[in-house]
Design a protein around this ligand. Structure first.
Ligand SMILES: [Zn+2]
Length: 132
């Protein structure tokens, strides 16, 4: 489902935005309109002239493109989405920097199997998830 919306490895913000926009058959103007940003902003982003976008623009673009904000943040930072999506952890048992227990990532896991604390999901944690 919606796999074309998943950023490609090392895809840039400009190519990502333009690729999704074309898939959705939107003009740059229509996208800007839906995102609530200036028409020329989309052109600038797609030409790679905008490397940093503010939160408002990010939120608008995510809504207009129908993608999670994390996807946009990931392409801006050059991270792969597999590393930033679906990371679940127990706020009680997990030590920042340590590996995340696979049990927390289970689709049905709502509570920590060790202590019963509700599992939290994070958009991104800046460590490598070699063991997931
Ligand atoms: Zn726990």
């Amino acid at each position: 489902m919606n796999t074309f919306k998943t950023p490609q490895p090392s895809e840039s913000l400009s190519s990502y935005v333009s690729r999704i926009r074309k898939k959705l058959n939107l003009t740059q103007f229509e996208l800007a309109d839906a995102a609530g940003i200036h028409g020329r902003s989309v052109g600038k982003i797609e030409r790679g002239l905008t490397v940093k976008i503010n939160r408002r623009t990010l939120q608008g673009l995510a809504i207009a493109l129908g993608v999670p904000q994390e996807y946009l943040s990931a392409v801006i930072k050059g991270e792969e989405v597999s590393q930033v999506r679906g990371v679940k952890f127990c706020p009680q048992c997990w030590n920042p920097g340590a590996a995340v227990d696979r049990m927390w990532s289970h689709v049905k896991a709502k509570f920590c199997y060790l202590c019963g604390t509700p599992i939290r999901a994070t958009a991104r944690i800046a460590v490598s998830w070699c063991c997931l």
